[in-house]
Design a protein around this ligand. Structure first.
Ligand SMILES: Nc1ncnc2c1ncn2[C@@H]1O[C@H](COP(=O)(O)OP(=O)(O)O)[C@@H](O)[C@H]1O
Ligand SMILES: [Mg+2]
Length: 401
């Protein structure tokens, strides 16, 4: 083989110029945040006191997935730290993904670890091994030693298994835990009902200001994607691709994450087909892939029976598309049938009820209490929130060893 050309590998990506722009954790610059000017201005207003070294309001941000909550919370925190610095105020923010750090101890550890500069504080924050209260003590020490103000973003805060941390953080000042540092908490949740389950005292301190992020419409989704179209090489995106992707994502509650995923996948499909442009027809395939990938990720690590239960609900949904909810006992019948086919002993009705509840917690399905009149009493109906076709595809494929 001549040294001038090894043609086994493609050296030049024919589709993507700057693919990072479409990666899920990419934080866009200001000019690329579309359609959230009002929300950003209101968030800024709520945390504004921090710039003078005063307590920012604690906030709660609600909204469906992909409405820009995490993005705007991080963006506003970064901006705040920069502007405060100009004013001679030392501040920082810590971001906690509560779906990952779902215990109080893990969450405090993450906050303390993020904010601590050991060279300044002489404090050590080990990954594990300390009691929760020791982590708190070290956190308070770190905060007072380093900062005038700190913001803590608790993303997907409803995933915490315990709300004590909200109490601790939002009341650290009043409780005398902190001498000089002020702290502001930004809670984020996809669940509009999250607040209802909070203890009154936590509620009143955490929810000083509340924001609801509405879904994006097709035009906004189009703008969001346009603002990142330089992820692709010039002339590669056919003009109908973005409008089509926007229309699809708008139909599914205006999820910007899905829109961006669809765009990235459409590019990858063009790549693997060896085609020089991204065509509109790839968008439909890309959407299916985005759905199945997301769902696969969601149920990764779940037990076989937890999957059979979902499969049962998917079967019912596909067989009777007109019905929008199924009672536990009906799901159980189909579940037993699936167990028989799989050669596995069915779990009790009660365990199946628990598994359904777990799926509801992950927003895979929705549960509704219904009253069947005096003769029947009340019962629960379950409805898949995912596309049943997607659920079945993923469960059937993972079924095979
Ligand atoms: N207004 C927007 N402008 C540009 N990109 C956005 C906008 N809103 C969301 N995105 C992008 O969409 C994806 C999902 O947004 P995210 O903030 O994670 O949503 P949420 O936290 O509400 O689920 C991210 O990649 C984010 O960068
Ligand atoms: Mg988020």
């Amino acid at each position: 083989m001549s040294s001038s050309g090894d043609d086994l590998f493609t050296r030049d990506d024919p589709i993507f110029e700057n693919k990072e722009l479409l990666e899920i954790n990419h934080l866009p610059e200001e000019g690329r945040i579309v359609g959230r000017d009002d929300e950003i201005a209101e968030l800024a207003n709520a945390v504004n006191p921090a710039i003078f070294g005063q307590s920012p309001s604690n906030l709660l941000i609600y909204g469906k997935t992909g409405t820009g909550k995490s993005l705007c919370a991080k963006y506003i925190s970064e901006r705040l730290v920069r502007v405060a610095e100009d004013e001679g105020i030392t501040s920082a923010f810590a971001y906690v993904d509560c779906a990952q750090d779902n215990t109080e101890t893990q969450a405090v550890q993450t906050i303390a670890h993020t904010l601590n500069e050991p060279a300044v504080t002489d404090v050590r924050i080990p990954d594990k091994g300390l009691s929760t209260s020791t982590y708190y003590k070290r956190l308070w020490t770190v905060l007072d030693a380093q900062y005038d103000v700190a913001l803590v973003i608790l993303d997907e805060v409803d995933k915490l298994d315990d709300d004590d941390i909200l109490m601790q953080l939002s009341r650290a000042g009043e409780a005398g835990k902190l001498e000089s540092c002020k702290i502001g908490v930004i809670g984020i949740s996809n669940k509009i009902k999250y607040k209802d389950r909070l203890d009154e005292r936590v509620k009143s301190s955490l929810c000083e200001r509340e924001f609801v992020f509405p879904p994006y419409d097709a035009t906004q989704l189009r703008d969001i994607m346009e603002a990142r179209s330089d992820a692709f090489k010039d002339g590669v995106l056919e003009p109908s691709v973005i409008p089509r992707a926007a229309a699809l994502a708008a139909r599914e509650h205006g999820d910007a994450r899905k829109a961006i995923d669809i765009l990235r996948y459409a590019g990858e499909i063009a790549q693997s087909e060896g085609h020089e442009t991204v065509r509109e027809e790839y968008v439909v395939q890309a959407r299916e892939r985005a759905e199945t990938d997301r769902f696969r990720e969601l149920i990764r690590g779940s037990t076989p029976h937890s999957r059979y239960v979902l499969q049962a609900l998917a079967v019912l949904s596909l067989n009777t598309p007109d019905e929008d909810g199924f009672r536990t006992t009906r799901i159980y019948d189909v579940y037993e049938e699936i167990c028989r086919q799989e050669g596995s002993d069915p779990l009790s009705l009660r365990r199946v009820r628990d598994l359904l509840k777990e799926h509801a917690f992950l927003d895979i399905l929705e549960q509704t209490r219904r009253s069947g009149g005096s003769a029947e009493g009340s019962y629960t109906e379950h409805q898949l929130l995912e596309d049943p076709e997607v659920v079945r595809t993923v469960l059937v494929e993972t079924d095979e060893p």
